[in-house]
Design a binder for this molecule. Structure first.
Ligand SMILES: Nc1nc2c(ncn2[C@@H]2O[C@H](COP(=O)(O)OP(=O)(O)OP(=O)(O)O)[C@@H](O)[C@H]2O)c(=O)[nH]1
Ligand SMILES: [Mg+2]
Length: 653
């Protein structure tokens, strides 16, 4: 999901300011402060995966500010780091603002050193200085500024403190004159390569580093005829080191950063742990973390599954729509629209108002809204990264690491958004695995709400059967595809941000941005879906398709033929398909066993159109088609097996 509105601005001719920094340090909050525009802010690393532009005004001059995904190094390891690296390479001229976490000075300075070597105007923004102070850290900012020959500002971005000074500093920014020197061996290595580069090369030091680390992007920047020679020299240089050159360089930077830390960083005597720190620790340790996780799931079930999908939907559907709005609309339309065809189009069985609008607003909107609020709270509290660590061991089994839980949970909100977020995973294989699992068995919030409402209404056992069927499918498919899909998986290091009290206004803005996205992107798809269904119905193709699908839907899955229509529309929106089944259940067209089977099938079934399109865009048509075909076959097969088990009484509801 792209909450950021991409405003096309003519930014080519305006001075540019690039915000850059480690993940989760507050870049996006600073961006929002500087530009007055909102991009998503969350308390976990990897929130920003795309680049956003916005305008900042200072003394009647317009500057273009660029928000980038978090990065730890100029040698990218994951795809979101790649995005940031490419921005730096492509921008002709710009000033850099490194947003840094004042609590984590060492990690910040490691990046500062790399950025200094670019020779661009730069400002160091020590953000989160409130939290550093709270922990009793004292940072001699003047001395750091002097040692690095850099303009340094302290900010608390969430309150806006220091943002004024930051603006001023950016306008005055200039390249640092600090001369970073490395060991003689490394200097010689760089010298040898840099000598071969054309005079006008920007970032000669970085380009040399890219050559030494075999970063393929470098070949797009260099003149073609030079490449073979440079490659040969780089290979010769590398052979002189007994470890990868970047490690030797990092060791040197580490040493120099350590010197600065010793001189400029002091810590008051340890303070007692705050309530937030205690909660954070409880959520992290396995012994207490699992009960905390179950508690979180239970609250989500109560809020999204019972309150939103039950109480709120009942009220909206039965009272507001069925007994209040629809009869009146029906009355008006019957009076004003004499043609039965158009009447049907609007308020018939597959009518744009009676079906598309009612489903979208009365059934799905409350559920999605509740989930977005809940998810926003989880994001901003800092709970998600703790869940990541907790689930790392489970994900290892299927060749993924704990980072994978983020797209998986996000998938419980919106699968489309989740596929995009899979960029935070480091290798292609991991991303493909996640895309497959997301398509297979991660129901989005709207669908989840409907499922919980329908299956939860039957019995606890029914929910357990549904849940275990899905989990078993994910594990099984994960295990097998981990073996089948070539490639490697990565090591996992998770930054754990502190627990913070969620900010009400941020949750509100975020939920609204997501809901707006839902209304703009999803509701038209509903309308199209209904229209397709309407046409299929009028042309009798629907009954033909139901006839073709009958053997599968009726004999294999044990459902009524009408359910085929719901699955069909599930192609357009999964939740929409689920909502169709919801209505069938209310009309008494599905018994308990059929509800459980149909819910398992529709959960496993192909993702919605938007998610499918994003999967195609990210992975290409071959891989995406393979995923879709596999998922369809698996859903039918899984449903058949479950139906058989229920029929024979091996499993009972
Ligand atoms: N206490 C405190 N919290 C802050 C400050 N600045 C940002 N935050 C919080 O830090 C978290 C991360 O902020 P973001 O702006 O999303 O960070 P980011 O650097 O854009 O993160 P990525 O896009 O994931 O790399 C959010 O929960 C913010 O509310 C600050 O100065 N003080
Ligand atoms: Mg961000």
């Amino acid at each position: 999901m792209r909450e950021e509105q991409k405003v096309k601005i003519d930014y080519l001719h305006k001075p540019k300011i690039i915000l850059i920094g480690n993940p989760n340090v507050g870049k996006s909050v600073v961006f929002n402060n500087l530009t007055g525009k909102y991009v998503t802010v969350s308390n976990y690393p990897g929130t920003t995966i795309d680049v956003s532009h916005g305008s900042m005004f200072y003394a009647d001059q317009e500057y273009v500010v660029v928000d980038t995904p978090g990065t730890n190094s100029l040698i990218p390891k994951s795809e979101d780091e790649l995005v940031t690296r490419n921005i730096l390479l492509q921008e002709e001229s710009a000033a850099l603002v490194q947003v840094a976490d004042a609590k984590n000075l060492e990690r910040s300075l490691l990046l500062t050193f790399q950025l200094l070597s670019l020779g661009l105007p730069i400002v160091l923004d020590l953000n989160m200085s409130d939290e550093a102070k709270e922990r009793g850290y004292r940072i001699d900012t003047k001395k750091i500024a002097q040692l690095l020959d850099i303009i340094l500002v302290s900010t608390v971005a969430i309150t806006g403190e220091g943002i004024g000074s930051l603006k001023e500093a950016v306008i005055k920014s200039r390249p640092s004159k600090k001369n970073i020197t490395y060991s003689r061996e490394i200097e010689a290595a760089f010298g040898e390569i840099q000598r071969l580069l054309p005079k006008e090369t920007r970032y000669p030091h970085w380009i040399a580093l890219m050559l030494l680390t075999e970063d393929a992007e470098v070949y797009n920047v260099l003149p073609r005829d030079l490449v073979p020679r440079l490659q040969k020299t780089a290979a010769g240089v590398k052979a002189r080191f007994n470890q990868p050159v970047e490690i030797s360089i990092l060791e040197e930077i580490h040493r120099q950063v350590a010197e600065i830390i010793t001189a400029c960083f002091h810590r008051d005597a340890l303070k007692p742990r705050t309530v937030r720190e205690r909660i954070g620790a409880l959520a992290l340790k396995p012994l207490t973390g699992i009960p905390v996780m179950l508690l979180v799931i239970w609250i989500m079930y109560e809020f999204v599954g019972r309150f939103a999908a039950g109480t709120a939907v009942d009220f909206l559907k039965n009272i507001v729509f069925d007994s209040w709005i629809l009869p009146r609309v029906n009355y008006i339309i019957t009076g004003f629209v004499p043609w039965p065809f158009f009447r049907d189009l609007l308020v018939g069985q597959y009518g744009l108002i009676s079906m598309a609008l009612t489903y979208a607003l009365a059934i799905i909107l409350p559920i999605v809204g509740a989930f977005f609020i809940f998810f926003g709270l989880l994001e901003d509290s800092g709970y998600l990264p703790r869940l990541t660590v907790l689930s790392d061991r489970i994900f290892k089994v299927i060749g993924l690491n704990g980072k994978a839980i983020l797209p998986m949970i996000l998938g419980l909100g919106c699968g489309t958004m989740a596929v995009l977020t899979s960029r935070i995973l480091d290798t292609r294989k991991e991303r493909l695995l996640i895309a497959l699992l997301l398509a297979l068995g991660v129901p989005c919030s709207a669908q989840l709400g409907v499922v919980l409402g329908m299956v939860g209404g039957i019995s606890g056992k029914a929910i357990t059967i549904w849940f275990l069927s899905i989990i078993a499918s994910l594990v099984l498919v994960g295990l097998v595809s981990n073996r089948v899909i070539p490639g490697r998986c990565s090591l996992f290091i998770q930054e754990i941000p502190p627990i913070r009290w969620p900010k009400f206004s941020n949750i509100l803005v975020k939920t609204w941005a997501r809901l707006r996205w839902y209304l703009v992107e999803a509701v038209p798809l509903f309308a199209i879906g209904t229209l397709v269904l309407f046409i299929l119905d009028k042309t009798k193709i629907l009954s033909l398709l139901e006839e073709i699908g009958r053997p599968v839907v009726v004999s294999m899955l044990g459902l009524s033929a009408k359910a085929a229509g719901a699955f069909l529309i599930g192609f357009l929106r999964r939740d929409y398909g689920a909502a169709g089944l919801y209505v069938m259940q209310k009309q008494g067209l599905l018994n308990n066993q059929q509800v459980v089977v149909s819910m398992v099938v529709i959960t496993l079934f192909v993702p919605c159109l938007a998610q499918a399109l994003v999967t195609y865009r990210e992975f290409g048509w071959k891989k995406a088609s393979a995923i879709m075909i596999f998922v369809t076959l698996y859903a039918v097969l899984g449903g058949t097996v479950l139906n058989y088990l229920l029929n024979t009484g091996i499993v009972r509801i």
